[in-house]
Structure formats: structure tokens, C-alpha cells
Write a protein that binds this ligand. Sequence first.
Ligand SMILES: N=c1c2ncn([C@@H]3O[C@H](COP(=O)(O)OP(=O)(O)OP(=O)(O)O)[C@@H](O)[C@H]3O)c2ncn1[C@@H]1O[C@H](COP(=O)(O)O)[C@@H](O)[C@H]1O
Length: 115
Amino acid sequence: MSDPNAGTDEGATDPEDADVPPEAVLEALFATIESRKAELPEGSYTVSLFTHEKGENAVLEKIGEESTETILAAKDDNLDELTYESADLVYHLLVLLAMKDLDLDDLREELRDRF
Ligand SMILES: N=c1c2ncn([C@@H]3O[C@H](COP(=O)(O)OP(=O)(O)OP(=O)(O)O)[C@@H](O)[C@H]3O)c2ncn1[C@@H]1O[C@H](COP(=O)(O)O)[C@@H](O)[C@H]1O
């Protein structure tokens, strides 16, 4: 994984900070992604997705790859791998939401409307 300390992350909680409670992890991760988008620090994998020469296709391709890897892990009943690939998939999905100026509230509202 790329250097998690790249960038300033002003106002964002580092998702790798052990003090982040599990229920706050998605918010912390999304705040880091938004910070990378705004600050564009060197050495950041997230920034490489926002600035890729392929444009949005870079993250779209990663979502395709990670979806396939998630499916294969499930078919293998490999729960550790399923968890790992699901985390890759969720991270790239959050990058896509940020790229499209959507956020976790949009996702939460959509899911809540289905209750
Ligand atoms: N959660 C993630 C995260 N999940 C996956 N990745 C990257 O996504 C890429 C996935 O590509 P691949 O699947 O090809 O890589 P891989 O997992 O080595 O390969 P496989 O074994 O899956 O085939 C890797 O480069 C991972 O580092 C992530 N990169 C960053 N984050 C978070 O974003 C924060 C900021 O990271 P930077 O933007 O790099 O500073 C980090 O502190 C993390 O919290």
C-alpha cells in the first residue's frame, strides 16, 4: 500500500490510526480520500487515481478487477481473501464516489431509503 502519511490530511482522521473506532473507519477513510483529492500530495496511490492519464477509467478498471477478485475469493470460500478483496473494492468505490463529487451521506441516504 502507498505511503499513508502522504499529504497533510488537515481535518481528516488517518484511517490507519489505531485510535479510530471501527464504526468511524469509513468516515476516516473517505476524509483521507477527499483530502488527497484536494491536496494532491506526491507519492499517494489515491492521487494517482485522481490524476491518471486514463482519467476515470483507471478507477473503473480497478473496480472491475477487484470485483472479479472478490467473486473468485467467494467461490473459493476463502474468507480471509474475501475480506481483503472486499476492502480493496470498497476503497476504490469510495474513490469513485469522491471523483463524482458524491459522498458517504449520498450512499447512506440511498441505503436508508430502502429500509
Ligand atoms: N484503503 C486503501 C487501499 N486499498 C487498496 N489500495 C491500493 O489499491 C491497489 C490495489 O491494486 P492491486 O489489487 O493491483 O494490488 P495488490 O493488492 O497488491 O494486488 P492483488 O494481490 O490484489 O492482485 C494497491 O496499490 C493498494 O495499495 C489502497 N490504497 C490506499 N488506501 C487507503 O488510502 C489511504 C491513503 O493512501 P495514499 O493515497 O496512498 O496515501 C491509506 O492510508 C489507506 O487508508
